[in-house]
Design a protein around this ligand. Structure first.
Ligand code: HAM
Length: 435
């Protein structure tokens, strides 16, 4: 990932009439080869794990009415109050670049009546999201997530499935140094009395005005305050997990049983606070130790009230968003490259116009057979062509020169073994697909 960072470039000024090269906006990464292969692998691992559990694909709009996020994500969150890319369009409607995916999925489920069919509605999605955060390693203004949502059934087995899908995706990618933090934020019955209890506790602390206000709007948020002087006062704070209703407690116990049975390891973290307001009951975050401050590689949880808040039926949902950027960084920190080892399987070198004419249709047939094939284009000569073959990373090189053309053969080089052999042209396909 490269990260554009220059306001001056935006002026697009030029010296001596030559336009200056531009950079991407600050905090907006590009994904270019070869690293982009890893990007696709991470995104694919999450989407495929979800597909194996029956999650259908949803492609969401990149921008929505601003009201969706104000209502869905919560006005007291940093995401909504400080980080949204909100602007008036030419028709003077307030629109916002999506900061997250859950609100959009729930909106679409309601709009298309998906919740009137078979439940749960299971959906998977991926793409860019936008948050005006201070860019740093692992924190971008355009970030990439792959996520799922399962809406309409409040079954602890479904919570466990959602968590297990994320865990499986990380494992398949070869990631090991992560931890799953798990807690329950309670149901409606647990939350009101707990909220009062927590507010009473916070009222006795030495807090600044802004924090007091936060305590009155969303006291849970105060538990997430990173300042040491605030944290020092919170050691005795009442915890949601100790104040669950009987139903919420039973739900959480069953989720843990399912996770145990599936062998998904977790750590109970009663102080886990998520950055979005819609969470209830099971809530979780995947944390990677190798990432420093931006250690959350994915997170999610149940959201009991969201559907109704957005004008739909009163149905519960649960889901997660995996940070594709951070997962890639985590893999890199562990020395794992999840991308393909090379961009092609076979590289062809044709020497002379006639050889080229003969090889072009062969390459097309090899591609039809599912091989990734490239060739040396342009008149590079022998040396340049073999250099290109080397650089391509292909496991095999096909060489067709004048002699081979006359014999009706082709030379097949095994690039890693350094061996080569001459084979009849009609046998190339069989030989390569067999390898
Ligand atoms: P979130 O925790 O805000 O949850 O984001 C999910 C993941 O996106 C984070 O764990 C992190 O890996 C990544 N992420 C967030 N912000 C940034 C950033 N500025 N730069 C790089 N990566 C970032 C949600 O968005 C929820 N919609 C997840 C969910 C789905 N909950 C229920 N269903």
């Amino acid at each position: 990932m490269s990260n554009g960072d220059s306001a001056s470039d935006q002026a697009g000024g030029s010296k001596k009439g030559k336009p200056r090269a531009l950079s991407a906006p600050k905090g907006v990464p590009d994904y270019v080869p070869p690293e982009s292969g890893g990007f696709l692998a991470v995104r694919g691992a999450v989407l495929e794990a979800a597909e194996r559990a029956g999650y259908g694909y949803i492609e969401l709009p990149i921008f929505e009415d601003t009201t969706l996020y104000a209502r869905g994500v919560g006005e007291s969150t940093d995401v909504v109050s400080k980080e949204m890319y909100t602007f008036a369009d030419r028709g003077d409607r307030s629109v916002t670049l999506r900061p997250e995916g859950t609100a959009g999925v729930v909106r679409a489920v309601i709009e298309h009546g998906l919740d009137r069919g078979q439940l749960p509605v299971k959906l998977r999605y991926a793409g860019p999201f936008f948050r005006y955060e201070r860019p740093q390693a692992g924190r971008y203004r355009q970030l990439q997530q792959a996520g799922i949502e399962a809406i309409g059934v409040d079954d602890p087995a479904l919570d466990a499935e959602v968590i297990a899908i994320a865990d499986e995706a990380f494992k398949r990618l070869g990631l090991t140094g992560y931890r799953l933090d798990l807690t329950s934020l309670g149901d409606a019955e647990s939350r009101l009395p707990y909220r009062e209890k927590l507010q009473a506790f916070l009222a006795g602390l030495d807090l600044d005005e802004a924090t007091r206000e936060r305590a009155s709007i969303n006291p849970l948020r105060v538990l997430d305050d990173k300042r040491p002087e605030v944290q020092a006062q919170l050691s005795e704070a009442p915890l949601m997990l100790d104040n669950l209703s009987e139903a919420a407690s039973a739900h959480f116990a069953e989720v843990r049983e399912h996770l145990d049975a599936m062998g998904v390891a977790y750590t109970i973290n009663p102080r886990l606070v998520r950055g979005l307001d819609y969470y209830t009951k099971t809530t979780f975050e995947f944390v990677h130790e190798g990432l420093g401050a931006q250690s959350g590689i994915g997170g999610g949880g149940r959201y009991d009230g969201l559907m109704e808040q957005l004008g739909g039926q009163s149905l519960s949902g649960i889901g997660f968003g995996i940070g594709v950027d951070r997962t890639l960084l985590a893999l890199r920190a562990e020395g794992v490259d999840p991308g393909p080892a090379s961009r092609v399987d076979v590289f062809a070198v044709a020497l002379g116009a006639e050889a080229r004419a003969a090889i072009v249709p062969l390459l097309s047939r090899l591609r039809d057979a599912g091989l990734r094939v490239d060739m040396a284009y342009g008149n590079r000569g022998m040396k340049g062509s073999f250099k290109a073959a080397d650089r391509s990373g292909a496991a095999h090189t096909l060489v067709l020169g004048e002699q081979e053309l006359a014999d009706g053969t082709v030379v097949l080089k095994d690039m890693s073994a350094g061996t080569q052999k001459s084979i009849p042209l009609p046998d190339v396909m069989g030989e390569l697909t067999a390898r």
